[in-house]
Design a protein around this ligand. Sequence first.
Ligand SMILES: Cc1cc2nc3c(=O)[nH]c(=O)nc-3n(C[C@H](O)[C@H](O)[C@H](O)COP(=O)(O)O)c2cc1C
Ligand code: FES
Length: 634
Amino acid sequence: MPRLNSATDLERFRQEILARRDPNKPCVTICSGTGCHALGSERVAQAFVGEIERNGLREKVDIRRTGCHGFCERGTIAVIFPEEICYLGVKPENVPDVVSTTLIENKVVDHLLYVDGDGNKIVHESEIPFYKYQSRIVFGNNKLIDPSSIDDYIALGGYSALAKALLEMTPERVLEEVKRANLRGRGGGGFPAGIKWETTRDAPGEVKYVIVNADEGDPGAYMDRSLLEGNPHSVLEGLIIGAYAIGSHQGFVYVRQEYPLAVENLSIALEQAREHGLLGTDILGSGFDFDVKVHRGAGAFVSGESSALMAAIEGKVGEPRPKYIRTAISGIREKPSNLNNVETWANVPLIINKGADWYRGIGTEGSKGTKIFSLVGKVNNTGLVEVPMGMTLREIVYKIGGGIPKGKRLKAVQTGGPSGGVIPESLLDLPVDFDELSKVGSMMGSGGMIVMDEDTCIVDVARYFVDFLAYESCGKCIPCREGLYQMLKILNRICQGEGQEGDIELLATLGEVMDDCSLCALGQTASNPVLSSIKYFKDEYETHILEKRCPAGVCKPLISYHIDPDKCKACMICLRDCPVGAISGGKGEIHVIDQERCTKCGTCLDVCPERFGAVIKLPSKEAVAPMEPGVKAR
Ligand SMILES: Cc1cc2nc3c(=O)[nH]c(=O)nc-3n(C[C@H](O)[C@H](O)[C@H](O)COP(=O)(O)O)c2cc1C
Ligand code: FES
């Protein structure tokens, strides 16, 4: 591998790579991100290798395993270039058909295409609504490159921003450009990256550290993982540029142990960057030295907090400390340490290459650029979506997400993970950016976006997040440790039908104390899911507490299943399938559910044939008079 000693070397190397590649040569790309990998993408890739070989096409067709495309629920995804024909849900048994039909006969395999709501089949990936309305400036190269190939990254212009920064710009100019772009941190708080860089740069001391936060502890969030495992060089390039601006010679990537593919691809990327002279001493002949160590985190949510993360890197327990002095001034080994999120770093090469003015042209007044969200929950198209700041929630849920399954009503969207809040349907036209989300009591967080339909119980959702945080609280400070525990106790009893008058007020008071007095942002923001849900859905709390009903029919102690005697055909299906034998009634006799034995698992409702529709779920405990057993069915 050549060592690149100048911008000219880098450009020459890029031209050599491009000269070896024919843009018109068919290339089968197979998504090998974690989602598709779990669905068997490696077997699909192997099937392509074998089938292409069998058909004598080895010299005529390229195969590339890429990073995550974001539409993981439809994996394995295979896209054939240069036409960009996109096949979804590909299995190894589909491969012979794809090779003979598409690669040999130049036709599409209809049944593997995306079908939209009107039944139209869409051939090209970029025309699928899920992708069409996105702006994938950060995440877009994931689907084009093999993350284990530095050549793929360089072929697309990779490391040219680094060359520009190191060889054409002073550290001060780099810093100024990032400040002018108003790049705000994508890991939670949205703090301006340039200002934090400047604080670390100006802090006393020669030794400074820069760190990538790839802890990604929010439940359901996987943007950072997909970016790091799919395009590790983009994060690395941003980190080296940041180190240059700050005056740091040692970097760390803190990545959770549960992300093995990210660790593997990152380690390969680091090795390749070193071999090419893009890391180590005298990077690109600029005289600037910098290297990176990977620190594998043990997977505790609280260790994603800056002071906790730095303690973990030092080999101590990953718990937060009071931040009388910020980590930007006194972090790892009490040296100035600048921490940014994976996505924040991946934005940096774009800003340097295209300029702050270009970057400022995307987004809203206070939030520039794009944001990657993990769009999940009750929405037709789930996955990773990158949108310009300011796109409305409605556009994200309906245009990109394709709306709510089974024509149900949207109830709320939860953003910001456990520190965020619920946003009701009435605020769906809210432009999504850091400030607008905060104004309505939620936050951007790292990009979790959970869509909830009418069947979601808001109290149960708040309970879920508090349960998560109570488990993850490090326990060091009392407001967070005890506050969360007490909040959980109250929410549990509300969901069990034992809520008391005054519980809502008590939750609000606890939340205020936790906000004011907790040691770190875990406790300081932990009440957000509870307080925002009380703000917008107080009636639902009251129904649980005062009427002992769960309107959405979720909280098990507050619901009951019954069999409508007029509809029951005594078919025995529910009776046979009930896992606890709670249903009585023989052949020809109307079936009856024993409310004492019923565990509310819902199996009877699921298995009752649609044409009978005899099982009903009621949002209250006992709303129907019990039926005598032994009555003959009609
Ligand atoms: C409990 C807790 C967990 C956090 N977890 C993460 C995380 O997983 N990833 C992340 O980037 N930031 C996380 N943060 C935010 C970091 O403390 C820090 O603000 C962020 O990494 C800074 O990067 P940014 O300015 O680029 O967003 C967490 C904060 C708290 C309080
Ligand atoms: S892993 Fe294949 S689309 Fe996400």
